[in-house]
Design a protein around this ligand. Structure first.
Ligand code: GDP
Length: 456
Protein backbone atom coordinates (compact mmCIF):
# COMPACT_ATOMS: atom_id res chain seq x y z
CA UNK A 1 0.00 0.00 0.00
CA UNK A 2 1.44 3.33 -0.99
CA UNK A 3 0.93 5.85 1.75
CA UNK A 4 1.96 9.28 0.77
CA UNK A 5 2.88 10.54 4.20
CA UNK A 6 6.28 11.65 5.43
CA UNK A 7 8.45 9.22 7.35
CA UNK A 8 11.60 9.45 9.43
CA UNK A 9 14.11 7.05 10.92
CA UNK A 10 17.55 6.86 12.39
CA UNK A 11 19.60 5.52 9.49
CA UNK A 12 22.76 4.73 11.41
CA UNK A 13 23.41 2.40 14.34
CA UNK A 14 21.88 3.46 17.64
CA UNK A 15 25.05 3.59 19.70
CA UNK A 16 27.48 6.33 20.55
CA UNK A 17 29.26 7.41 17.38
CA UNK A 18 30.74 10.51 15.82
CA UNK A 19 27.64 11.25 13.79
CA UNK A 20 24.18 9.76 13.55
CA UNK A 21 21.98 10.30 10.54
CA UNK A 22 18.26 10.90 10.69
CA UNK A 23 16.50 10.46 7.41
CA UNK A 24 13.22 12.13 6.50
CA UNK A 25 11.36 11.29 3.30
CA UNK A 26 8.03 12.40 1.86
CA UNK A 27 6.14 15.45 0.67
CA UNK A 28 6.56 17.32 3.98
CA UNK A 29 10.21 16.45 4.50
CA UNK A 30 11.68 19.81 3.52
CA UNK A 31 8.89 21.96 5.00
CA UNK A 32 9.03 20.31 8.40
CA UNK A 33 12.84 20.25 8.47
CA UNK A 34 12.82 23.95 7.63
CA UNK A 35 10.57 24.63 10.59
CA UNK A 36 13.05 23.07 13.02
CA UNK A 37 16.32 23.98 11.35
CA UNK A 38 17.98 27.37 11.75
CA UNK A 39 20.86 28.08 9.45
CA UNK A 40 21.94 30.78 7.08
CA UNK A 41 19.54 29.66 4.38
CA UNK A 42 16.16 28.05 4.26
CA UNK A 43 16.40 24.41 3.23
CA UNK A 44 13.59 24.87 0.73
CA UNK A 45 15.65 27.47 -1.09
CA UNK A 46 18.72 25.31 -1.40
CA UNK A 47 19.46 23.42 -4.63
CA UNK A 48 19.03 19.67 -4.53
CA UNK A 49 21.97 17.66 -3.17
CA UNK A 50 23.45 20.50 -1.18
CA UNK A 51 24.16 20.66 2.50
CA UNK A 52 23.98 23.40 5.10
CA UNK A 53 25.21 23.82 8.64
CA UNK A 54 22.69 24.88 11.28
CA UNK A 55 20.93 24.03 14.51
CA UNK A 56 17.80 22.10 15.34
CA UNK A 57 15.45 23.90 17.71
CA UNK A 58 12.50 22.63 19.67
CA UNK A 59 10.79 25.96 20.18
CA UNK A 60 13.59 28.01 21.75
CA UNK A 61 15.52 25.00 23.01
CA UNK A 62 18.51 23.99 20.93
CA UNK A 63 18.72 20.24 20.45
CA UNK A 64 21.83 19.82 18.32
CA UNK A 65 24.19 21.24 15.76
CA UNK A 66 23.64 19.49 12.46
CA UNK A 67 24.47 19.36 8.80
CA UNK A 68 21.28 19.14 6.77
CA UNK A 69 21.44 17.52 3.36
CA UNK A 70 18.59 18.42 1.03
CA UNK A 71 17.63 16.09 -1.81
CA UNK A 72 14.64 16.82 -3.97
CA UNK A 73 12.50 14.13 -5.59
CA UNK A 74 12.26 12.35 -7.91
CA UNK A 75 16.01 11.82 -8.16
CA UNK A 76 16.50 10.53 -4.63
CA UNK A 77 16.73 7.10 -3.05
CA UNK A 78 13.02 7.01 -2.26
CA UNK A 79 12.05 9.17 -5.29
CA UNK A 80 10.55 11.61 -2.75
CA UNK A 81 11.86 14.81 -1.20
CA UNK A 82 14.41 13.76 1.37
CA UNK A 83 16.33 15.51 4.12
CA UNK A 84 19.14 13.88 6.01
CA UNK A 85 20.24 15.39 9.29
CA UNK A 86 23.78 14.60 10.37
CA UNK A 87 23.46 14.91 14.12
CA UNK A 88 25.95 14.15 16.83
CA UNK A 89 25.74 10.40 17.20
CA UNK A 90 24.59 10.13 20.81
CA UNK A 91 21.51 8.02 21.50
CA UNK A 92 19.89 10.76 23.59
CA UNK A 93 20.31 13.56 21.09
CA UNK A 94 19.04 11.34 18.27
CA UNK A 95 16.05 10.37 20.36
CA UNK A 96 15.23 14.05 21.07
CA UNK A 97 15.39 14.98 17.38
CA UNK A 98 13.25 11.97 16.43
CA UNK A 99 10.68 12.89 19.08
CA UNK A 100 10.57 16.39 17.74
CA UNK A 101 9.97 15.19 14.19
CA UNK A 102 7.20 12.90 15.39
CA UNK A 103 5.64 15.81 17.29
CA UNK A 104 5.60 17.67 13.98
CA UNK A 105 3.50 14.90 12.45
CA UNK A 106 6.20 12.84 10.78
CA UNK A 107 5.68 9.11 11.15
CA UNK A 108 8.50 6.78 12.26
CA UNK A 109 9.29 4.51 9.32
CA UNK A 110 8.76 0.76 9.30
CA UNK A 111 11.86 -1.38 8.63
CA UNK A 112 12.72 -1.20 4.94
CA UNK A 113 10.16 1.50 4.23
CA UNK A 114 12.59 3.83 2.45
CA UNK A 115 13.56 1.06 0.08
CA UNK A 116 9.91 0.10 -0.31
CA UNK A 117 9.23 3.65 -1.47
CA UNK A 118 12.07 3.37 -3.97
CA UNK A 119 10.37 0.21 -5.24
CA UNK A 120 6.87 1.66 -5.30
CA UNK A 121 8.20 4.82 -6.90
CA UNK A 122 9.55 2.62 -9.71
CA UNK A 123 13.18 3.49 -9.13
CA UNK A 124 14.25 -0.07 -8.40
CA UNK A 125 12.60 -3.43 -8.95
CA UNK A 126 12.31 -6.15 -6.35
CA UNK A 127 15.66 -7.73 -7.26
CA UNK A 128 17.22 -4.31 -6.66
CA UNK A 129 15.49 -3.92 -3.32
CA UNK A 130 16.60 -7.36 -2.23
CA UNK A 131 20.12 -6.62 -3.43
CA UNK A 132 20.19 -3.56 -1.15
CA UNK A 133 19.46 -5.82 1.78
CA UNK A 134 22.07 -8.32 0.62
CA UNK A 135 24.70 -5.60 0.34
CA UNK A 136 23.99 -4.59 3.94
CA UNK A 137 24.04 -8.18 5.14
CA UNK A 138 26.99 -9.34 3.04
CA UNK A 139 29.43 -11.24 5.20
CA UNK A 140 32.17 -11.93 2.72
CA UNK A 141 33.76 -10.35 -0.34
CA UNK A 142 32.11 -12.67 -2.82
CA UNK A 143 28.64 -12.12 -1.39
CA UNK A 144 29.20 -8.39 -1.52
CA UNK A 145 30.30 -8.46 -5.14
CA UNK A 146 27.40 -10.65 -6.16
CA UNK A 147 24.83 -8.42 -4.46
CA UNK A 148 26.37 -5.26 -5.93
CA UNK A 149 26.09 -6.90 -9.32
CA UNK A 150 22.43 -7.68 -8.68
CA UNK A 151 21.92 -4.12 -7.51
CA UNK A 152 23.16 -2.93 -10.88
CA UNK A 153 20.23 -4.76 -12.46
CA UNK A 154 21.83 -7.87 -13.93
CA UNK A 155 19.16 -10.25 -12.68
CA UNK A 156 16.36 -7.92 -13.67
CA UNK A 157 17.81 -7.74 -17.16
CA UNK A 158 18.08 -11.52 -17.49
CA UNK A 159 14.51 -12.02 -16.28
CA UNK A 160 13.09 -9.24 -18.44
CA UNK A 161 14.64 -10.74 -21.56
CA UNK A 162 12.98 -14.07 -20.86
CA UNK A 163 9.64 -12.44 -20.18
CA UNK A 164 9.84 -10.43 -23.40
CA UNK A 165 10.26 -13.62 -25.38
CA UNK A 166 7.27 -15.20 -23.67
CA UNK A 167 5.00 -12.21 -24.13
CA UNK A 168 5.96 -12.04 -27.80
CA UNK A 169 4.75 -15.60 -28.36
CA UNK A 170 1.56 -15.04 -26.39
CA UNK A 171 0.79 -11.92 -28.37
CA UNK A 172 1.46 -13.75 -31.60
CA UNK A 173 -0.93 -16.61 -30.74
CA UNK A 174 -3.64 -14.19 -29.72
CA UNK A 175 -3.24 -12.09 -32.82
CA UNK A 176 -3.40 -15.21 -35.00
CA UNK A 177 -6.55 -16.41 -33.31
CA UNK A 178 -8.18 -12.99 -33.70
CA UNK A 179 -6.93 -12.33 -37.19
CA UNK A 180 -6.23 -15.61 -38.98
CA UNK A 181 -6.07 -13.92 -42.35
CA UNK A 182 -2.97 -11.99 -41.50
CA UNK A 183 -1.22 -14.31 -39.06
CA UNK A 184 -0.74 -17.95 -39.83
CA UNK A 185 -0.25 -20.62 -37.23
CA UNK A 186 0.98 -23.16 -39.77
CA UNK A 187 4.11 -24.82 -38.42
CA UNK A 188 3.96 -22.51 -35.43
CA UNK A 189 4.05 -25.31 -32.83
CA UNK A 190 7.51 -26.37 -33.96
CA UNK A 191 8.82 -22.87 -33.76
CA UNK A 192 7.26 -22.39 -30.32
CA UNK A 193 8.82 -25.67 -29.16
CA UNK A 194 12.22 -24.32 -30.12
CA UNK A 195 11.64 -21.04 -28.31
CA UNK A 196 10.44 -22.83 -25.21
CA UNK A 197 13.50 -25.06 -25.16
CA UNK A 198 15.64 -21.98 -25.36
CA UNK A 199 13.84 -20.16 -22.52
CA UNK A 200 13.70 -23.29 -20.36
CA UNK A 201 17.42 -23.78 -20.97
CA UNK A 202 18.17 -20.27 -19.74
CA UNK A 203 15.99 -20.82 -16.68
CA UNK A 204 17.78 -24.10 -15.95
CA UNK A 205 21.11 -22.33 -16.10
CA UNK A 206 19.91 -19.74 -13.62
CA UNK A 207 18.57 -22.41 -11.29
CA UNK A 208 21.90 -24.20 -11.46
CA UNK A 209 23.74 -21.09 -10.30
CA UNK A 210 21.60 -21.33 -7.17
CA UNK A 211 23.95 -23.79 -5.49
CA UNK A 212 26.99 -21.65 -6.05
CA UNK A 213 24.89 -18.60 -5.24
CA UNK A 214 23.87 -20.04 -1.90
CA UNK A 215 27.47 -20.91 -1.15
CA UNK A 216 28.54 -17.39 -2.02
CA UNK A 217 25.90 -15.85 0.17
CA UNK A 218 25.56 -18.21 3.10
CA UNK A 219 28.89 -19.91 3.09
CA UNK A 220 30.10 -23.45 2.55
CA UNK A 221 28.47 -25.72 5.08
CA UNK A 222 31.46 -27.52 6.47
CA UNK A 223 31.44 -30.49 8.82
CA UNK A 224 34.64 -31.22 10.67
CA UNK A 225 34.67 -34.88 11.58
CA UNK A 226 37.13 -37.22 13.16
CA UNK A 227 37.46 -39.40 16.20
CA UNK A 228 38.19 -37.74 19.55
CA UNK A 229 41.55 -36.08 20.14
CA UNK A 230 42.71 -35.82 16.55
CA UNK A 231 42.53 -32.01 16.85
CA UNK A 232 39.13 -30.96 15.47
CA UNK A 233 38.57 -28.25 18.07
CA UNK A 234 42.11 -26.98 17.66
CA UNK A 235 41.61 -26.74 13.89
CA UNK A 236 38.37 -24.90 14.36
CA UNK A 237 40.03 -22.52 16.79
CA UNK A 238 42.77 -21.94 14.29
CA UNK A 239 40.18 -21.19 11.60
CA UNK A 240 38.09 -18.90 13.73
CA UNK A 241 40.98 -17.34 15.57
CA UNK A 242 39.19 -17.73 18.89
CA UNK A 243 38.99 -20.19 21.72
CA UNK A 244 35.29 -20.71 21.39
CA UNK A 245 35.41 -24.46 20.95
CA UNK A 246 36.72 -26.26 23.99
CA UNK A 247 40.04 -27.95 23.47
CA UNK A 248 40.90 -30.71 25.85
CA UNK A 249 42.85 -33.91 26.24
CA UNK A 250 39.87 -35.79 27.59
CA UNK A 251 38.26 -37.83 24.83
CA UNK A 252 34.76 -36.88 23.77
CA UNK A 253 34.56 -33.41 25.27
CA UNK A 254 33.32 -31.64 22.16
CA UNK A 255 29.73 -32.59 22.80
CA UNK A 256 27.48 -30.10 21.15
CA UNK A 257 27.43 -29.35 17.49
CA UNK A 258 27.83 -25.63 17.32
CA UNK A 259 27.70 -23.49 14.25
CA UNK A 260 30.22 -20.85 13.53
CA UNK A 261 30.58 -18.62 10.52
CA UNK A 262 34.12 -17.80 9.63
CA UNK A 263 35.64 -15.72 6.94
CA UNK A 264 38.40 -17.61 5.21
CA UNK A 265 40.15 -16.13 2.17
CA UNK A 266 37.14 -14.09 1.00
CA UNK A 267 34.80 -17.05 1.47
CA UNK A 268 32.50 -17.89 4.31
CA UNK A 269 32.63 -21.29 5.91
CA UNK A 270 29.63 -22.22 7.95
CA UNK A 271 31.41 -24.56 10.30
CA UNK A 272 29.52 -27.24 12.01
CA UNK A 273 31.75 -28.54 14.77
CA UNK A 274 30.82 -32.07 15.53
CA UNK A 275 31.29 -34.48 18.33
CA UNK A 276 33.82 -37.19 17.64
CA UNK A 277 32.23 -39.98 15.73
CA UNK A 278 32.54 -43.31 17.50
CA UNK A 279 30.45 -46.06 19.00
CA UNK A 280 29.74 -45.17 22.58
CA UNK A 281 27.65 -46.15 25.57
CA UNK A 282 27.59 -42.61 26.87
CA UNK A 283 24.12 -41.16 26.22
CA UNK A 284 25.22 -37.53 25.89
CA UNK A 285 28.03 -38.48 23.58
CA UNK A 286 25.64 -40.62 21.54
CA UNK A 287 23.45 -37.61 20.77
CA UNK A 288 26.56 -35.78 19.62
CA UNK A 289 27.50 -38.67 17.37
CA UNK A 290 24.07 -38.86 15.76
CA UNK A 291 24.18 -35.15 15.16
CA UNK A 292 27.63 -35.43 13.68
CA UNK A 293 26.39 -37.96 11.14
CA UNK A 294 23.44 -35.72 10.43
CA UNK A 295 25.57 -32.63 9.93
CA UNK A 296 27.83 -34.61 7.64
CA UNK A 297 24.76 -35.35 5.54
CA UNK A 298 23.89 -31.67 5.33
CA UNK A 299 27.41 -30.50 4.64
CA UNK A 300 28.72 -29.17 1.34
CA UNK A 301 32.20 -30.10 2.49
CA UNK A 302 33.36 -32.72 4.95
CA UNK A 303 36.77 -32.22 6.50
CA UNK A 304 37.99 -35.45 8.00
CA UNK A 305 40.71 -34.95 10.57
CA UNK A 306 43.24 -37.71 11.22
CA UNK A 307 46.09 -37.75 13.71
CA UNK A 308 49.37 -38.27 11.88
CA UNK A 309 51.10 -39.36 15.07
CA UNK A 310 48.90 -42.42 15.55
CA UNK A 311 47.95 -45.31 13.34
CA UNK A 312 44.42 -45.52 12.04
CA UNK A 313 41.92 -47.19 14.30
CA UNK A 314 38.62 -48.72 13.28
CA UNK A 315 36.76 -45.41 13.77
CA UNK A 316 39.11 -43.63 11.39
CA UNK A 317 38.61 -46.41 8.86
CA UNK A 318 34.84 -46.21 9.17
CA UNK A 319 34.94 -42.46 8.68
CA UNK A 320 37.19 -42.78 5.66
CA UNK A 321 34.58 -45.07 4.11
CA UNK A 322 31.79 -42.66 4.97
CA UNK A 323 33.34 -39.60 3.35
CA UNK A 324 34.33 -41.23 0.07
CA UNK A 325 31.12 -40.40 -1.75
CA UNK A 326 31.08 -36.78 -0.56
CA UNK A 327 33.06 -33.65 -1.25
CA UNK A 328 35.84 -34.10 1.25
CA UNK A 329 39.25 -32.94 2.35
CA UNK A 330 41.36 -35.11 4.64
CA UNK A 331 43.39 -33.11 7.11
CA UNK A 332 46.30 -35.11 8.44
CA UNK A 333 46.87 -33.10 11.58
CA UNK A 334 49.82 -32.75 13.97
CA UNK A 335 52.37 -32.53 11.16
CA UNK A 336 54.65 -30.88 13.70
CA UNK A 337 55.35 -34.18 15.42
CA UNK A 338 56.87 -37.42 14.16
CA UNK A 339 54.50 -39.12 11.72
CA UNK A 340 53.24 -42.64 12.18
CA UNK A 341 50.65 -42.59 9.41
CA UNK A 342 51.93 -43.54 5.97
CA UNK A 343 50.69 -43.02 2.43
CA UNK A 344 49.63 -46.66 2.29
CA UNK A 345 47.28 -46.08 5.21
CA UNK A 346 45.41 -43.58 3.09
CA UNK A 347 45.18 -45.62 -0.04
CA UNK A 348 41.85 -45.34 -1.81
CA UNK A 349 41.50 -41.66 -0.96
CA UNK A 350 42.06 -38.98 -3.55
CA UNK A 351 45.69 -37.88 -3.02
CA UNK A 352 44.77 -34.44 -4.18
CA UNK A 353 42.40 -34.09 -1.24
CA UNK A 354 44.86 -35.03 1.48
CA UNK A 355 46.61 -32.17 3.26
CA UNK A 356 49.23 -32.27 5.98
CA UNK A 357 48.48 -29.60 8.54
CA UNK A 358 49.26 -28.59 12.07
CA UNK A 359 46.73 -26.82 14.23
CA UNK A 360 49.59 -26.05 16.54
CA UNK A 361 52.01 -24.35 14.13
CA UNK A 362 49.49 -23.27 11.51
CA UNK A 363 51.23 -25.19 8.77
CA UNK A 364 49.03 -26.15 5.83
CA UNK A 365 46.20 -23.68 6.39
CA UNK A 366 47.12 -21.68 3.26
CA UNK A 367 46.92 -24.83 1.20
CA UNK A 368 43.61 -25.66 2.80
CA UNK A 369 42.20 -22.30 1.77
CA UNK A 370 43.37 -22.73 -1.83
CA UNK A 371 41.97 -26.24 -1.95
CA UNK A 372 38.53 -25.14 -0.79
CA UNK A 373 38.48 -22.35 -3.35
CA UNK A 374 39.43 -24.74 -6.08
CA UNK A 375 36.74 -27.23 -5.08
CA UNK A 376 33.84 -24.79 -4.82
CA UNK A 377 34.72 -22.04 -7.21
CA UNK A 378 36.38 -24.00 -9.95
CA UNK A 379 36.46 -21.13 -12.41
CA UNK A 380 37.39 -17.57 -11.57
CA UNK A 381 34.13 -16.03 -10.44
CA UNK A 382 33.21 -13.32 -12.85
CA UNK A 383 30.37 -11.30 -11.46
CA UNK A 384 30.12 -9.17 -14.57
CA UNK A 385 29.09 -11.95 -16.88
CA UNK A 386 27.30 -14.30 -14.61
CA UNK A 387 24.09 -13.76 -12.72
CA UNK A 388 23.95 -15.81 -9.53
CA UNK A 389 20.70 -16.76 -7.93
CA UNK A 390 21.29 -16.23 -4.23
CA UNK A 391 17.73 -15.93 -3.11
CA UNK A 392 15.41 -18.87 -2.42
CA UNK A 393 12.39 -16.82 -3.42
CA UNK A 394 13.88 -16.26 -6.85
CA UNK A 395 14.71 -19.91 -7.22
CA UNK A 396 11.16 -20.98 -6.31
CA UNK A 397 9.73 -18.64 -8.96
CA UNK A 398 12.14 -19.92 -11.58
CA UNK A 399 11.10 -23.49 -10.85
CA UNK A 400 7.45 -22.53 -11.21
CA UNK A 401 8.11 -20.77 -14.51
CA UNK A 402 9.89 -23.86 -15.74
CA UNK A 403 6.97 -26.09 -14.77
CA UNK A 404 4.56 -23.88 -16.69
CA UNK A 405 6.78 -24.09 -19.76
CA UNK A 406 6.82 -27.88 -19.40
CA UNK A 407 3.05 -27.79 -19.53
CA UNK A 408 3.14 -25.80 -22.76
CA UNK A 409 5.46 -28.42 -24.20
CA UNK A 410 3.05 -31.18 -23.15
CA UNK A 411 0.17 -29.35 -24.79
CA UNK A 412 2.17 -29.06 -28.00
CA UNK A 413 3.02 -32.75 -27.94
CA UNK A 414 -0.59 -33.68 -27.24
CA UNK A 415 -1.62 -31.63 -30.26
CA UNK A 416 -3.85 -29.28 -28.28
CA UNK A 417 -5.08 -26.04 -29.81
CA UNK A 418 -2.86 -22.97 -29.68
CA UNK A 419 -5.21 -21.17 -27.32
CA UNK A 420 -4.24 -23.73 -24.69
CA UNK A 421 -0.64 -22.61 -24.83
CA UNK A 422 -1.29 -19.06 -23.79
CA UNK A 423 -2.59 -19.92 -20.32
CA UNK A 424 0.62 -21.67 -19.34
CA UNK A 425 2.80 -19.17 -21.15
CA UNK A 426 1.20 -16.42 -19.10
CA UNK A 427 1.69 -18.45 -15.91
CA UNK A 428 5.41 -18.66 -16.71
CA UNK A 429 5.43 -14.94 -17.47
CA UNK A 430 3.89 -14.18 -14.09
CA UNK A 431 6.16 -16.52 -12.17
CA UNK A 432 9.15 -14.70 -13.64
CA UNK A 433 7.43 -11.40 -12.91
CA UNK A 434 7.37 -12.24 -9.22
CA UNK A 435 11.15 -12.16 -9.19
CA UNK A 436 11.32 -8.56 -10.30
CA UNK A 437 8.21 -7.70 -8.31
CA UNK A 438 5.79 -7.17 -11.16
CA UNK A 439 3.23 -9.75 -10.27
CA UNK A 440 3.98 -9.98 -6.61
CA UNK A 441 1.15 -10.03 -4.12
CA UNK A 442 1.17 -6.95 -1.86
CA UNK A 443 1.43 -8.91 1.35
CA UNK A 444 4.42 -10.83 0.05
CA UNK A 445 6.13 -7.56 -0.87
CA UNK A 446 5.36 -6.28 2.63
CA UNK A 447 6.90 -9.39 4.12
CA UNK A 448 10.10 -8.94 2.09
CA UNK A 449 10.47 -5.32 3.22
CA UNK A 450 9.69 -6.15 6.83
CA UNK A 451 12.93 -8.14 6.93
CA UNK A 452 14.97 -5.04 6.13
CA UNK A 453 16.75 -3.10 8.77
CA UNK A 454 15.41 0.07 10.27
CA UNK A 455 16.17 3.28 8.41
CA UNK A 456 16.87 1.60 5.06
P1 GDP B 1 39.31 -32.99 19.24
O1 GDP B 1 38.90 -33.93 20.33
O2 GDP B 1 39.40 -33.71 17.93
O3 GDP B 1 38.50 -31.74 19.16
O4 GDP B 1 40.83 -32.61 19.56
P2 GDP B 1 41.41 -31.30 20.30
O5 GDP B 1 41.40 -30.15 19.39
O6 GDP B 1 40.73 -31.17 21.61
O7 GDP B 1 42.91 -31.73 20.46
C1 GDP B 1 43.31 -32.87 21.20
C2 GDP B 1 44.75 -32.70 21.68
O8 GDP B 1 45.63 -32.67 20.55
C3 GDP B 1 45.01 -31.42 22.45
O9 GDP B 1 45.89 -31.69 23.48
C4 GDP B 1 45.66 -30.52 21.42
O10 GDP B 1 46.50 -29.55 22.01
C5 GDP B 1 46.44 -31.50 20.59
N1 GDP B 1 46.65 -31.03 19.21
C6 GDP B 1 45.72 -30.58 18.34
N2 GDP B 1 46.27 -30.23 17.17
C7 GDP B 1 47.61 -30.44 17.27
C8 GDP B 1 48.74 -30.27 16.40
O11 GDP B 1 48.64 -29.85 15.23
N3 GDP B 1 49.97 -30.64 16.88
C9 GDP B 1 50.13 -31.14 18.13
N4 GDP B 1 51.33 -31.44 18.50
N5 GDP B 1 49.10 -31.29 18.99
C10 GDP B 1 47.85 -30.96 18.58
Amino acid sequence: MYTNDTICAVATGMGQSAIGIIRISGPEAITVADKLFRGRKKLSEMPSFTAAFGRIYDGETELDEVIALVMKGPHTYTTEDTVELDCHGGPLVMKRVMELLIKEGIRPAEPGEFTKRAYLGGRIDMTGAEAVMDVINAENDMALQSSLEQLSGSLRKAITELRDKIIYETAFIESAIDDPENYSLDGYSDKLSGTIDEIAGSIDKLILTGDEGRIIKEGIRTAIVGRPNVGKSSIMNMLTGTDRAIVTDIEGTTRDTLEEYISFGGMTLKLIDTAGIRETEDAVEKIGVDRAIESMNQADLVMLVLDSSESLNENDIRLIEMIKDRKYIVLVNKSDIAPVLTDEDLEGLDKDKILQISAKSGEGFDLLRDKIKEMFFSKEIDFNNQVYITNVRHKASLIRAKESLDRVRNSIEAGMGEDFYTIDLMAAYEALGEIIGESLEDDLADKIFSEFCMGK
